[in-house]
Every structure is written in structure tokens, then in C-alpha cells.
Design a protein. Sequence first.
Length: 277
Amino acid sequence: MTFSIVARSDDGESWGVAVASKFLAVGSAVPAAVAGVGAIATQAWANVAYKGIALSHLDEGATAGVALQRLLEEDDGRDHRQVGIVDVSGEAASHTGVSCLEWAGGVTGEGYAIQGNILVGEEVVVAMEAAFVASDPEAPLAHRLMAALRAGDEAGGDARGRQSAALLVVKDEAGFDGRDDIAVDLRVDDHQAPIDELERLLALFDHLNAEVPEDERTPDTPELFAELDGRAQQLGHKSFVVWVGVNNYEALGGDGWTATRIVEEMRAATPDWRADA
């Protein structure tokens, strides 16, 4: 009832999972990942304990293949399980139990494992692999995973229909304020077009968190902040910093600069503001 891709970025810095299903809140059950360790998707008659156990094995140095073997050896329900694992080095392993409902199967390659069950057919995983392999290896892993998920959906996806989707990517110190490894964690729990909605959320995430090139940064000066504070107050905010927080723009400024598009947005929102007002 689910199709997923587990992968490591070509630069070896990110690991992630993208998944979709005719199942409520699939992101709560299937994906798990730890930066510098690996990633896993557990599905079909999902054994959610696989997530912590597999990541523990990987953290202790096991390869994806060895971690998968240990999971299956210890699980009497292995014939009903489906799982994909990618380890720290990019080795991938996938398992589809003989009792998983048709169509069920998977494929692995360098840095990725793709699997699905109760699909319209093998063409789903074939399309996902083709899309991932064809994607730009230098693109953010979240976008490469999203391309594979979109391809699987367009190939027919879950034979029962659509309901939820999720995207999880980890990278060392990529979380909020650098205090964890969660680079992207987006979920669509119940939606008629979950892939479309997940793509919308990823685009919004990118808008709020995009790396700002040097030539798109406005240097901070006392004069600029006096202006921006005045404009923010005209909009009913105590200061520009408060306006930034209200709009979740904290990632679009740094030590001595503010993203030019944020400055321009503030000016566009207060066209009648004057410094001498």
C-alpha cells in the first residue's frame, strides 16, 4: 500500500526518505534517518521497531545488507514486511516479503533503495529509479527524492489510490539553529493530491530557508535598520526584527546582511512610508 525511496546524496552528506501511500499519515510510520548513520523505510505490514533497531545496527558499523539480515532473522513476520535501507557509505539493501500483496517489489542501486507494495505494477519502481538516476546529483537530496516520488505517482502509484506522503532528509547540523540534523521534515497526512501538496510545502520550505547568494544580500547599516524599523511600525509591528519573526524569515539574514528580497518586500508593503514622517 506504499511506495518509497531511501537514498544518500552523492556528496555523502545527506540521507533521506520519500514515501507516499493510501494510508493515513504515512510519514508517522515509514521513514527514519540519522545523519552520518543512514536511513530506512519500513512498510507493508510495517514493523516500526525496525527503524530504531536498524539505525542502531548501522551506527555500530553494520552495512545496510548486514543490518537488513539482522532485522529479518529476528522477526517472525518477515514474510509480510517490506524495508529499504541505505547506510553511511551509500550501500543499499531492500527486502520484500513473499506474503506482501501484489504488486510488490523493489530495486537497489548505488546510494538508493526503492520499494513498493499494492502498486499498479512494476512500472512504479522503474519510473522512480529512472527519475532519481536522471536527477542532478548536485541538486538538494530533497528535490531528487521528490522527483522520484512524483514519477512513481505518475506511473500509477498505490493501486488503492492516494492519501498521504512524506519527505525526510537529514544532514549534520542542518536543523533549526544547527541544533539537530533534520534538514527537511514535511508531511501530508490526509489529502486528495498528497504529492502536489508535498511539492507545495517543499517550495514554501525552500522560500523560507534558501541559501542567499552574496549578490542577493543587502549590507546591514544603522540607516537601513532605522528605515526598516519605521516601515515595520507602520505595519503595526514593534520593529523589523519582530516583522521578520512573524513572517518566519529568520533564515534569510546573517551576520551583517539581510536578503535583498526581504528588504524589497518590506518596502513594497509600505509604499507611502517616508523617513521624515
